[in-house]
Ligand binder design. Structure first.
Ligand SMILES: [Zn+2]
Length: 394
């Protein structure tokens, strides 16, 4: 799609007698070769890791419409997570109105902007307007001379959480392991530390855009490995820590809403294991856990509210008593404690359900609100680690 769009730009430029010409629009401006639309002194491209799936047109009045498309999905319908990430390049500072067109889907992610793709600011609410059906979002953008990045969350392509986790753990005696290969050939990397009689498992980013969950995962891991009192030391001596920071690198880097490169929701594939990512990860977790008791498996996600999905309190797990302790910790320490939802579906294909079926461990899906302030996501992650340490190091 992007290639076709880029070709269309080239053809349009040629037709206008502008191809190879040094002037473009009102001033000297050469649109990038990979632009999906260009004109009037600016261009848009979506050719970087985690860019959304976009096409675009420039209207006669200079405003822009960007389509927000999803990846091919094997099952009908896709979770409504319209991810967008693109770049504007302009030859001069200018205000540009950009409408995101979600077709049948509705706006989910509040836009962030960045001058360098690294430091992000939320776009002011006064610069965002939705149509009545919320199928179109119109952004008023102040584009500098140079580049403005626009994305549904601060960008975090696959290498980002991998490198963050590596930096965090490498000096703490953890081992890094390549446990498999993604459908498109990327290495699947896990980390493991300690060798106690019990084990704890944690995951994040099965679903590509869910970076507020990743934020909670990071503070969870920091607290679990940095807390320095006797209980924390005892916890770490007793528990092998097994984690997978990037179980869907293809989907993350391709800017998918939800799926891996095979068009499958990986968090509906635990049990069937039709995809290399879930097959390899589940086998690796079992191998690393060995005959240890797995006390919990925590899988960090994002959605439209902060909520914990947990198995029922009478589920067949020797460590099910951890759940009330975790809830008590959240309720007593967080300014906005999460809601809880208890259920178990043995055939649902979630990592949570698999953990209970196969590891006899309470699998917990930790869902962070998409727009939760970073410090609140971090507080929840740290509180979860404290609850784990205090409950299992009694
Ligand atoms: Zn998710």
């Amino acid at each position: 799609m992007r290639t076709l769009a880029a070709e269309r730009v080239a053809i349009a430029l040629a037709a206008a007698g502008l191809a190879g010409c040094s002037t473009f629009g009102a001033s000297k401006f050469t649109p990038p070769k990979n632009a999906i639309c260009a004109g009037q002194g600016f261009a848009i491209d979506a050719s970087f890791a985690s860019a959304g799936l976009h096409d675009c047109v420039i209207a006669p009045d200079g405003s822009v419409v960007v389509s927000v498309d999803h990846e091919p999905a094997v099952a009908e319908g896709i979770n409504p997570s319209p991810w967008f990430a693109f770049r504007l390049k302009s030859d001069a500072p200018r205000s540009i109105t950009v409408t995101l067109d979600y077709t049948d889907y509705t706006h989910r992610y509040a836009p962030y902007v960045s001058a360098d793709g690294k430091t992000w600011m939320a776009l002011g609410a006064d610069k965002l307007a939705l149509n009545e059906r919320k199928t179109r979002a119109t952004l008023k953008l102040d584009v500098p001379k140079g580049t403005l990045w626009v994305a549904g969350q601060p960008l975090s392509p696959s290498h980002d959480n991998l490198e963050w986790t590596r930096r965090e753990l490498i000096s703490k005696g953890f081992e890094e392991e390549r446990y498999g290969t993604s459908l498109e050939g990327q290495p699947l990397i896990g980390f493991v530390g300690g060798g106690g009689v019990d084990a704890i498992v944690m995951l994040t980013r099965q679903h590509p855009p869910e970076t507020s969950g990743q934020e909670a995962y990071r503070s969870f891991l920091e607290r679990l490995t940095d807390r320095a009192d006797d209980k924390a030391n005892l916890f770490r001596a007793r528990h092998r820590i097994i984690l997978a920071p990037m179980p869907n690198p293809d989907g993350v880097d391709a800017g998918h809403w939800r799926l891996n490169a095979g068009g499958i929701d990986l968090n509906r594939d635990w049990g069937v294991f039709s995809q290399p990512e879930t097959k390899a990860l589940s086998a690796w977790i079992k191998l690393q856990a060995g005959n240890r008791r797995v006390v919990s498996m925590m899988d960090f996600h994002s959605t439209d509210r902060t909520v914990i999905y947990a198995p029922p309190l009478d589920a067949a797990s020797p460590t099910i008593g951890f759940l009330p302790a975790l809830k008590q910790k959240f309720d007593s320490t967080l300014s906005a404690p999460p809601a809880w939802s208890y259920s178990h579906n043995a055939d649902g294909g979630t990592a949570k359900g698999w953990a209970l079926e196969q590891l006899k461990a309470p699998g917990i899906t930790v869902e962070l609100w998409d727009q939760i302030p970073a410090q609140d996501a971090r507080a929840l992650g740290a509180a979860a680690a404290d609850a784990l340490i205090e409950y299992f190091a009694r």
